[in-house]
Ligand binder design. Structure first.
Ligand code: UD1
Length: 366
C-alpha cells in the first residue's frame, strides 16, 4: 500500500490539502498528516481544520513564528526525524509558504519523492518571500502539479523536464465548490449580524504592504474613504493587526474584525460587491465567484485572474484604487470567466495520477 505524507503549515495550505486528503481516502493508500505549526492561533488554524473536515494531524511540529530563517530551520530540523520514522513513499506539499520549502529541502536531501501541489506560479518578484519559496520548491520537486497553463510555461522556461509537470487545475476551487452550499446557508446569519445590504470585503497581509507603515497607513486611509460609499468589512490578519496597533493607525469607517473562519469568509466573498486584497487565494476565489477584485500589488503570480477573471492590479496607485472601486460601486466593474480546470475536480485528478499503477508513468512509482 502506498504511503503519502502531507505537510501543511499556514492557513492557505489547509484549503488545498483538504480535498486531496479526501480524494486519496477513497483510494486504498496510507496517509500521514503533519502540521508544521507555522500558523498556530485557533482562528488561523483549528477553525479551518474543523470547517474543512481535516482530521487531527498525526504530528504537529509546533514551530510557531519567528524570522524566516528561524522558522525554516525549525521546520527542517523537526521534520527530518519525522520523515525518517514515517518512511512515506512520497511527501506532498502545498503552495508557497515557509513550511512548503523547508520540507522540500529535507525531502531532497533524504532522497524522498516530493509532490508539489500549486506548482509553477511566478510573480517574478524576488522581494516576495513566497516567490523564493516557489522557486526552490519547484527545483526540488519530482512531481509538479500546476493550476493553470502559465505554470507549465514558467517551469519549462526554468528547465524543468515536462515529464514531471502536470496541469491538474486549481485545487483550492475544489474546497470552494464543496463548501459553497454551506456558505450560502451561513450568509443569512452573517448578513443579519453585520446588518449588511451592499458591502465590500478587504484583506491585507503581504509584508510589502503592511510591514512598512508609510505604505500601510495610506492604503488604510484610502480604504476608509471608499468605505464612505460602500460599507467595507476588513478581517485583519495577525501580521497586519500588529502593525496597525503599533502605529495607532486611525480607522473610522472600515468594519474591522478578526480573521474569519473559511465558511464565513466565503459567504461574504460570494455576496460582496467588491473585494480589495493582496492575497493570492482571494484573487482566485473572487475570479471563480465572478466578484470584481482590486489587487493592491504591483504583480501577481496568478495572471489568469487578470486575463480571464475579474481581477485588476492597482499596485500602489491609491488614486487608481479609489477610481476603480467607485466604478465597481457604480455597477461598471470588470466581468470575467472561470479559467479552464477550475472545476472542483482537481483533487480527483491528482489522486488518480498519484496512484496510477502504470510503472512507466512519471508518477510516484515506489
Ligand atoms: C504566511 C505565508 C503567506 C500566506 C499567509 C496566509 C510565508 C512566507 N508566508 O504569511 O504566503 O499568504 O501565511 O496567512 O510562509 N501569527 C499569529 N498567529 C498565527 C500565525 C501567525 O499571531 O496563527 C503572527 C506571527 O507570529 C507573525 C505574523 O503573524 O508575527 C506573521 O506570520 P507568518 O507565519 O510569519 O507569516 P504570514 O504573514 O502569516
Amino acid at each position: 500500500m502506498k504511503h503519502f505524507l502531507h505537510v501543511v503549515g499556514a492557513r492557505p495550505n489547509f484549503m488545498k490539502a483538504a480535498p486531496l486528503l479526501r480524494a486519496l481516502e477513497a483510494k486504498s493508500v496510507r496517509q500521514t498528516l503533519v502540521h508544521s505549526g507555522q500558523h498556530y492561533d485557533r482562528n488561523m488554524s483549528d477553525v479551518f481544520f474543523d470547517q474543512l473536515g481535516i482530521r487531527e494531524p498525526d504530528v504537529n511540529l509546533q514551530v510557531g513564528g519567528g524570522s524566516h530563517a528561524q522558522q525554516t530551520a525549525a521546520i527542517m530540523s523537526r521534520f527530518e526525524p519525522v520523515l525518517l520514522e514515517k518512511k512515506p513513499d512520497a511527501v506532498i506539499v502545498y503552495g508557497d509558504v515557509n513550511s512548503t520549502t523547508a520540507v522540500a529541502i529535507v525531502c531532497a536531501k533524504l532522497g524522498v519523492k516530493l509532490v508539489h501541489v500549486e506548482s509553477g506560479l511566478r510573480s517574478f518578484d524576488r522581494t516576495m518571500p513566497e516567490e523564493i519559496n516557489r522557486l526552490i520548491t519547484d527545483q526540488l520537486a519530482d512531481v509538479l502539479l500546476t493550476p493553470s497553463i502559465d505554470g507549465n510555461e514558467n517551469l519549462q522556461r526554468e528547465g524543468i523536464a515536462a515529464s514531471k509537470v502536470h496541469l491538474v487545475g486549481n485545487i483550492m476551487i475544489d474546497t470552494l465548490v464543496h463548501l459553497l452550499p454551506v456558505a450560502e446557508e451561513r450568509f443569512a446569519t452573517l448578513a443579519a449580524e453585520y446588518a449588511l445590504k451592499s458591502f465590500g470585503l478587504v484583506t491585507l497581509h503581504r509584508p510589502a504592504n503592511v510591514d512598512d507603515i508609510t505604505r500601510l497607513r495610506p492604503i488604510v486611509e484610502a480604504l476608509d474613504r471608499i468605505a464612505a460609499d460602500l460599507p467595507l468589512i476588513f478581517p485583519v490578519h495577525p501580521r497586519t493587526r500588529q502593525h496597525l496597533d503599533e502605529h495607532g493607525v486611525k480607522i473610522t469607517r472600515l468594519r474591522v474584525v478578526g480573521p474569519l473562519p473559511y465558511v464565513d469568509f466565503l459567504a461574504l466573498q460570494k455576496h460582496a460587491a467588491l473585494v480589495m486584497t493582496d492575497s493570492g487565494g482571494v484573487q482566485e476565489e473572487s475570479t471563480y465567484l465572478g466578484v470584481p477584485c482590486l489587487t493592491v500589488r504591483e504583480n501577481t503570480e496568478r495572471p489568469v485572474t487578470l486575463t480571464i477573471g475579474t481581477n485588476i492590479l492597482v499596485g500602489f496607485d491609491l488614486e487608481m484604487l479609489e477610481r476603480e472601486a467607485h466604478k465597481i460601486i457604480a455597477g461598471a466593474g470588470k466581468t470575467g470567466a472561470v479559467p479552464p480546470l477550475w472545476d472542483g475536480h482537481t483533487a480527483e485528478r491528482i489522486a488518480d495520477l498519484l496512484v496510477a499503477s502504470d510503472s512507466h508513468s512519471m508518477v510516484v512509482t515506489v
